[in-house]
Design a protein around this ligand. Structure first.
Ligand code: ADP
Ligand code: MG
Length: 270
């Protein structure tokens, strides 16, 4: 069995939320909205989790907090044993760029860039931000080499240059013939696959996908969800998938439902 090397590098869970609450103040004296109420969640490296829940239940808010795009009103978010509330904005930007990948409902690809260029954009930011802030990746190339001598595949990936990784992953998701295409020349499903590869290019440990299949037809949606699951396993990246589709949610290791501010185990996914 292939055991991702970074599982051995740290005892702390990859992600740990403790009593996280989020309140949005309403304009003009209207009552504040308490969207999240005392949410606790723990994820280990390589886990997969689906979050379902009605529209407006706070799924995106929760994902934004996990992804350092927003902050909780109360509670604690730990990523790799680091308390995110204690990091300054520069360091947070580096964490976001290096440790977390995002996929949204809409692809946000740059229309003037090719598929390959789009995928490589985050690696440019990583060079400057990561270097300046000195953010340590918990799976450095050196660690990977040392900890994984028994895994040829992992060693190969650890030595991969961004360009090679981009080409390999684009081929992996079935886009070998589309490297020089522009987003406007792709189908919706293909564009989302490019967005997935872009999210994975910096070898994040956590992939956050907010209704990535929401704008796709059923067959493309199923294909994309299946791909996310496979990449979760192959790349060893933990996955949080927010989706309305219970059949897609069921394919994840765990399904939780966000309801009235609480995150509950979901028994009703059949
Ligand atoms: P979901 O993704 O589950 O559809 P959201 O997380 O987008 O839900 O929103 C949850 C609730 O929080 C909604 O009632 C929404 O109106 C409110 N909300 C989200 N963002 C803000 C904001 N920036 N300011 C005020 N209210 C917000
Ligand atoms: Mg949402």
């Amino acid at each position: 069995m292939f055991i991702p090397n970074y599982a051995m590098t740290s005892d702390a869970p990859l992600l740990e939320l403790t009593n996280v609450s989020k309140r949005f103040d309403a304009p003009e004296g209207a009552p504040a909205i308490l969207v999240l109420e005392g949410i606790s969640l723990r994820m280990q490296r390589g886990d997969s989790l689906a979050i379902i829940g009605p529209s407006g239940s706070g799924k995106s808010t929760l994902l934004h907090i996990i992804g350092t795009l927003d902050q909780p009103t109360a509670g604690e978010v730990m990523l790799n044993g680091q308390d995110l509330s204690r990091l300054d904005e520069k360091t947070l930007a580096a964490v976001r760029n290096r440790q977390i990948g995002f996929v949204f409902q809409f692809h946000y690809l740059l229309p003037q860039c090719t598929v390959l260029e789009n995928v490589l954009v985050p690696t440019l930011a990583g060079q400057t931000v990561g270097a300046k802030t000195g953010v340590a990746r918990s799976t450095s190339t050196e660690e990977k080499k040392n900890a994984n001598a028994n895994s040829v595949e992992a060693a190969r990936q650890a030595q991969e240059k961004p360009y090679d990784r981009a080409v390999r992953l684009l081929k992996r998701v079935g886009l070998a013939e589309r490297l020089a295409h522009h987003p406007g020349q792709l189908s919706g499903g293909e564009r989302q696959r490019v967005a997935v590869v872009r999210a994975l290019i910096n070898e994040p440990q956590l992939l956050l996908a907010d209704e990535p299949t929401g704008a796709l037809d059923q067959s493309s949606a199923e294909q994309l969800a299946q791909l996310l699951i496979e990449l979760n396993r192959e790349e060893g990246v933990a996955l949080v998938l927010v989706t309305h589709a219970r059949d897609l949610a069921r394919r994840m290791g765990r399904v939780l439902e966000l309801k009235q501010g609480h995150l509950l185990p979901c028994g009703d996914t059949k």
